[in-house]
Design a protein around this ligand. Structure first.
Ligand code: TYM
Length: 332
């Protein structure tokens, strides 16, 4: 079983990224052949600073390594170092419907946020994402809930490609998403009706993986809760539901167990428990981060070793894709 996922080197990574995605990446290393990629090319689809992109790439690489990615047990690399990704993106464009891209929620949201330019890159973002996964013929894609539609699209693209060019063979693998049952959509602490996000959340609304202990505690302490006093989930209680889900993941127990435990206790005691648990949950990653981040040469060595392995897989897929599409000379 082959697992692939990607993460953007944009801004600071938050608890939503950790719970929805990064924790699954770490587990994936025990379940199959895991391939993870920092998607720097995707980060160029919105306004950005070139110098910051490099810095954020190192930050993100160091966070993933600190969280437990082990380059001996997974393939870990930077998207822009493997030219098969943009090449396959272009080739897959031939079986991607313009209308489908136009229906992508994330394109609509992100294009509305752009002040100067809605780039064609932003429109093409999901095709490059499809190429990321399909280049490795991955079976499974661990992501948070917001990526559901992008994974659906890559499935459609793979199916259409096989139908159009496969001549009865599955040249590309149709991947499945792996979205966690609990924690797939961590909400903003100040506005629990919106997803926690690097771009849209306020400083207090997003809990960053590298936030200091007291900052974590104070952000959770001042998280918006709902009217009433009961610690239980429900559509009328988005704030408390979010904190219950967070504690459930952090402790590795069912949300019902949390509701039972805090039955009759009120919000104060509950929030203090969540704060302490999250501080302990993130502490090992934060503590390991500083040392890993310091050594950029070593980070480059790790990424270069990953690139070599990634390239050898992706180049085989591309040779097959070019062959069946009639692009380039016939293979002997
Ligand atoms: P990115 O960097 O925006 O997000 C990385 C991962 O974090 C998840 N996530 C969340 N999970 C739970 N709650 C939240 N509030 C939350 N916010 C973000 C995202 O679902 C994602 O899994 N398009 C991808 C990057 C990508 C990719 C790929 C993913 C590029 N190519 C190929 C999978 C396969 C993204 O948005 O990353």
């Amino acid at each position: 079983m082959r697992i692939f996922s990607g993460i953007q080197p944009t801004g600071r990574k938050h608890l939503g990224n950790y719970i929805g995605a990064i924790r699954q990446y770490v587990e994936g290393q025990d379940r199959g052949e895991a391939i993870y990629c920092i998607v720097d090319l995707h980060a160029t689809t919105v306004a950005y600073e070139p110098a910051e992109l490099r810095r954020f790439t190192y930050d993100t690489a160091a966070i993933l390594l600190a969280a437990g990615l082990d380059p001996e047990r997974c393939i870990f690399f930077r998207q822009g170092d493997v030219p098969e990704h943009p090449e396959l993106c272009w080739l897959l464009a031939s079986v991607t419907a313009w209308g489908d891209l136009n229906r992508m929620h994330q394109f609509k949201e992100k294009s509305a946020q752009q002040r100067e330019l809605v780039s064609a890159g932003l429109f093409f973002y999901p095709v490059l994402q499809a190429a990321d996964v399909l280049a490795y013929r991955a079976d499974e894609v661990p992501v948070g809930d917001d990526q559901r539609q992008h994974v659906e699209l890559m499935r459609d693209i793979a199916e259409r490609f096989n139908a159009r060019f496969g001549a009865g063979e599955n040249v590309l693998v149709v991947p499945e998403h792996r979205i966690p049952e609990v924690g797939a959509r961590i909400m903003d602490l100040q506005d629990p009706t919106a997803r926690m996000s690097t771009t849209a959340s306020s400083e207090q609304g997003a809990l960053y993986i590298l936030d200091e202990r007291d900052v974590v505690a104070s952000k959770i302490g001042s998280a918006v809760t709902d009217s009433g006093t009961e610690v239980r989930r429900g559509p009328d209680k988005p704030g408390i539901s979010n904190l219950i889900e967070i504690l459930s993941v952090v402790r590795g127990v069912e949300p019902e167990r949390i509701e039972d435990e805090f039955d009759g206790q009120g919000y104060g005691a509950f929030k203090r428990t969540v704060a302490e648990a999250v501080v302990e949950y993130l502490a090992p990653t934060r503590e390991r981060y500083a040392e890993i981040r310091e050594d950029e040469d070593e980070l480059e060595r790790v990424l270069a070793a990953g690139t070599e392995k990634a390239h050898s897989i992706a180049s085989e897929t591309l040779a097959d894709v070019r062959e069946v599409m009639g692009v380039g000379p016939r293979r002997r």
